[in-house]
Write a protein that binds this ligand. Structure first.
Ligand code: SF4
Length: 290
């Protein structure tokens, strides 16, 4: 396998074969994100991608899962994606799932039939970084999409049979906007009904645009206690009908939560209430990481 630059993948793809089909992120403007700032976006040469799969087949006896990177591999046309999926299906009959990062815009640019074609040919999960349900926050962080577009994209994914895994970021509204961020994110999850929700906590890497706003005082980072209060308000506002796996157990989170909504909502709220009283339950700042 040949890789270009730093490689990022969702935590749940830790044991997947990672295949770079694009380099970088087509959007690359979010103010908090440092992942692909060193890369100029391009679609990788298709023949090279297929060669990488050939190499992986020679090297690995068993490949259960394949993750298509980089930032939004779903930007590829279905013709290109199908060429890759056909090669995967031919070479790796044991592969149970192909997953991919996608921007909401990538999803909205596909027809329902195209998404169904991807599902029928092995795509099981599309990961979307929503970050917030608040239109104000989305605008402030230059996400490039609206709440309504995010909801439409996630519903479209789930309607195709593919599962949507949507990521949000605690603290993304800052101290001025935490309540709006919490309530709007909770109600947006209720409207989206995604199969999976992942909640990270904001950590600002040096050099990202948000760092300048923090230095100037325009954006104030929440304390651990404030993040817990925000997560509690967010959870209170989630009212899903179908099962949604909720995970807030990333290395950046102060309190590790994992449960199925709606079943475990009260249990997770209780844990957050206990953490608000017992600060020993909060992860030490030194052990947080992205
Ligand atoms: S958060 Fe996602 S969409 Fe935004 S710049 Fe980073 S990789 Fe691209």
């Amino acid at each position: 396998m040949r890789y270009e630059g730093n490689i990022f993948r969702p935590p749940s793809e830790a044991y997947s074969l990672i295949l770079q089909v694009t380099i970088g992120c087509a959007h690359n403007q979010c103010t908090f994100c440092s992942m692909f700032k060193d890369k100029t976006f391009r679609v990788r040469n298709q023949d090279e991608v297929l060669e990488d799969l050939d190499m992986a087949r020679r090297r690995y006896r068993r490949v259960d899962r394949i993750f298509l990177a980089d930032g939004d591999a779903l930007v590829l046309s279905n013709a290109k994606l199908m060429r890759i999926l056909n090669h995967i299906n031919r070479l790796f009959p044991e592969c149970e799932r192909v997953s991919v990062y996608g921007s909401p815009q990538d999803v909205l640019n596909k027809t329902p039939e195209e998404l169904k074609e991807l599902y029928d040919n092995g795509v099981g999960i599309i990961y979307i970084g929503a970050e917030s349900g608040s239109d104000k926050v989305l605008k402030d962080i230059c996400k490039g999409v609206t709440r309504a577009q995010l909801i439409e994209a996630v519903r479209k994914i789930e309607a195709s049979g593919i599962k949507a895994s949507v990521t949000f970021i605690s603290g993304m509204g800052g101290r001025d906007g935490w309540e709006d961020h919490a309530i709007q994110t909770g109600t947006m999850i209720s409207e989206m009904e995604p199969s999976y929700v992942g909640l990270l906590t904001l950590m600002v890497e040096p050099g990202v645009p948000l760092e300048a706003d923090i230095r100037s005082g325009k954006f104030q980072v929440l304390t651990a206690e404030e993040v817990v209060a925000e997560t509690l308000l967010m959870l209170k506002n989630i009212d899903v009908k179908e099962k949604c796996v909720f995970r807030s157990n990333h290395a950046s989170n102060y309190v590790s939560l994992r449960g199925d909504l709606p079943r475990d909502k009260d249990k997770m709220i209780d844990m957050l209430r206990r953490a608000m009283k017992d600060h020993n339950m909060l992860k030490d700042e030194r052990f947080r990481m992205l």
